[in-house]
Design a protein around this ligand. Structure first.
Ligand SMILES: Cc1cc2nc3c(=O)[nH]c(=O)nc-3n(C[C@H](O)[C@H](O)[C@H](O)COP(=O)(O)O)c2cc1C
Length: 212
């Protein structure tokens, strides 16, 4: 970054009372639809953004799920059963994804409510969301407290994906679909408004190595 730009940035200190919103500095995020197994052996679905790769070989992911003051149902299912799938949606599923984040009455199945199709997975018991572009089937290795969340470490044991939606290096092919990239949301009287980003192309930076 040029020195002139740095000089022009006017930094202020975040007041302590605004810290509960500080996670927004790390937005946008890439929510996935997580499927887990319910006690009645049906597939439960809810969106979660805080999921990242934490190892390449083996391929491990880490995911943070709210535990206090309210425990996510998905977290209880993962604790009870030890498996989940991360289903990767395109932007066309944004409305369904948000619907799956709403609280529902006991017995109501969120996948059905959102009109999503559950299909069998390859290596785990929870089903997959057929409308999603790719599916990471995960087996839990450990779960530990992480402030008001719990951090789930899991190994990805099987991956399936729509070949046409991904480039040969397995990045999303932006000419074929827009990934779900979430910026923010706010409440209105009878629901929530969610802002997702639309890809506007890519900027290419060709950066030569620095000579040692
Ligand atoms: C875009 C988006 C991303 C979210 N990411 C997370 C997350 O990373 N961790 C979390 O605990 N909740 C997250 N939530 C909230 C949960 O989806 C929500 O609390 C949901 O009701 C949990 O469902 P469950 O209790 O059926 O598991 C997110 C919600 C949305 C809309």
């Amino acid at each position: 970054m040029g020195k002139g730009v740095e000089a022009a940035l006017e930094k202020i200190n975040l007041p302590e009372q605004q810290k509960e919103w500080a996670f927004n500095f790390l937005q946008p995020s890439r929510p996935v639809l997580v499927t887990t197994l319910e006690e009645d052996q049906t597939t439960h679905v809810a969106p979660f953004s805080w999921i990242i790769p934490i190892s390449i070989k083996p391929f491990l992911v880490g995911m943070a799920l709210l535990a206090k003051p309210r425990k996510q149902r998905s977290l209880s299912n993962i604790e009870n059963h030890g498996e989940f799938a991360a289903n990767l949606p395109g932007l066309e599923l944004a409305r369904e994804l948000v619907l799956c984040s709403y609280k529902v009455k006991p017995g109501v199945k969120k996948a059905k409510l959102a009109g999503l199709t559950v299909q069998p997975a390859h290596k785990i018991k929870p089903g997959l969301i057929a409308e999603c572009r790719a599916h990471l089937e995960c087996r839990v290795l450990s779960i530990e407290d992480s402030g008001d969340h719990r951090f789930v470490k899991a190994e990805v044991i099987h991956i399936s994906y729509d070949r046409a939606s991904y480039n040969p290096d397995l990045t999303p092919d932006l000419n074929r679909f827009a990934p779900c990239i979430h910026l923010t949301n706010y409440m209105i009287e009878n629901g929530e408004v969610h802002l997702f980003l639309k890809p506007g192309g890519v900027s290419v930076f060709d950066v030569p190595y620095v000579e040692k």
